[in-house]
Ligand binder design. Structure first.
Ligand code: ASP
Length: 374
């Protein structure tokens, strides 16, 4: 194990002759200034060129440990530069940075990844720009039905999820409370009973009109007028979406959180992928954490979030290869969307097959929030 800086290190797990070449280039690269995600991309490249193509399966595994990391998304959809004024873009960028900084503060102080992802998602739930919490879209009958899930990557797979919420201000906190409650035996709670539970636990409860926003109401009415021809497509060019976060803490524990208002003008009672463990949310310390956004029905039918993890586990793919492969396959079968994924070494993947995806990440090693839309 070789370390540089306070929070980064790399570990060489096996070496054989041809690996020396690989190692030579790799160590050369390490002397260059660090830049985002490059090391893991380079490692993938070496593995495919020197390992798979010339020598069969590579036996050299260079694990670069970036240390505690947080990655977030604020939804994927039909987002193009043309339709999106610079001022609007800045609003999203600021909101994403705020979310990253909320989680970063906890990571910096050595906090748990579950607290980090909750904090990051709560910021987005409270921000009307995103389709979750305050900014949730309406159902066909003009209600807001919110859903969420959270998971920790330890081997016992702790998880909590909630759906069909009308009065819980921060659905992600309800999911976390379910997960951590020693008296609760259930992973997934919905509707009136879930709201009663939230009330009993002293969580923030609001009048349903708290979730009313002018912009979402306009989208609702426009959808009704055009017969909801394409429910999966946000009529407003900006957000369709969901919000999510994945973090790895100093103990190598991964946690994932996802929260949504679902689709504009979805049928009342429709449950999407977001609260479904393995579809919209997954966490496994041995592989990765994943949070998804996009056509929920596809994410459910193809078990998207867990599929990323399975490719790493059974095919030996890196987090980048696995996430890219799953999102490409999703596109091939007609599903649009994206995922964020993070492994225990802090390697980040953020692929999408839509025009854009609000996304970003931050590492304790440099404390810089990197955010992107397109
Ligand atoms: N996946 C969400 C749902 O289907 C929507 C989205 O992320 O765009 O409810």
């Amino acid at each position: 194990m070789i370390t540089w800086g306070e929070n980064c290190s790399y570990k060489i797990t096996s070496v054989c002759p041809y690996d020396i070449i690989k190692l030579f280039f790799f160590t050369k690269f390490l002397t260059m200034p660090k830049s985002i995600g490059c090391l893991s991309v380079l490692n993938d490249l070496y593995t495919s060129i020197l390992g798979d193509k010339l020598y069969g399966k590579s036996r050299l595994k260079v694990e670069i440990d970036h240390g505690p990391t947080l990655v977030i998304h604020g939804g994927a959809g039909i987002i193009t530069c043309k339709q999106f004024s610079l001022q609007n873009q800045e609003e999203y960028i600021d909101a994403l940075k705020k979310s990253l900084m909320a989680g970063y503060k906890i990571l910096l102080n050595g906090g748990n990844s579950i607290d980090v992802v909750e904090a990051a998602v709560r910021i987005m739930e409270d921000c009307p720009l995103f389709n979750a919490g305050k900014g949730s879209v309406f159902t066909i009958s003009g209600k807001n039905e919110l859903e969420s899930s959270i998971m920790i990557g330890t081997s016992d797979h702790p998880a909590g999820a909630s759906t069909l919420l009308h009065t819980v201000k921060n659905p992600i906190t309800l999911a976390k409370t379910l997960l951590l409650d020693p008296e609760n035996r259930h992973v997934f709670l919905g509707g009136v009973e879930a709201e009663e539970y939230a009330k009993k636990k002293g969580l923030g409860i609001v009048d349903p009109c708290y979730f009313w926003t002018k912009r979402r109401w306009k989208q609702h009415l426009e959808g009704l007028e055009n017969g909801n021809k394409n429910l999966a497509t946000d009529l407003n060019p900006y957000p369709k979406g969901t919000v999510g976060a994945v973090a790895v803490d100093k103990n190598g524990i991964i946690a994932t959180a996802t929260s949504t208002g679902g689709w504009n003008n979805k049928k009342d009672g429709r449950i999407g992928d977001t609260p479904l463990i393995a579809c919209g949310t997954w966490a496994d310390n041995e592989t990765c954490g994943v949070s998804g956004t996009g056509d929920g029905e596809f994410f459910i039918r193809y078990g998207v979030a867990q599929d990323v993890s399975s490719r790493m586990r059974y095919l030996g793919e890196s987090v980048n290869q696995a996430a890219d492969g799953v999102v490409k396959n999703l596109g091939k079968v007609g599903g649009s969307g994206g995922v964020i994924a993070l492994d225990k070494y802090g390697n980040v993947a953020m692929p999408f097959n839509t025009g854009g995806m609000y996304r970003g990440y931050i590492r304790v090693s440099d404390g810089i929030p990197y955010v992107y839309i397109f």
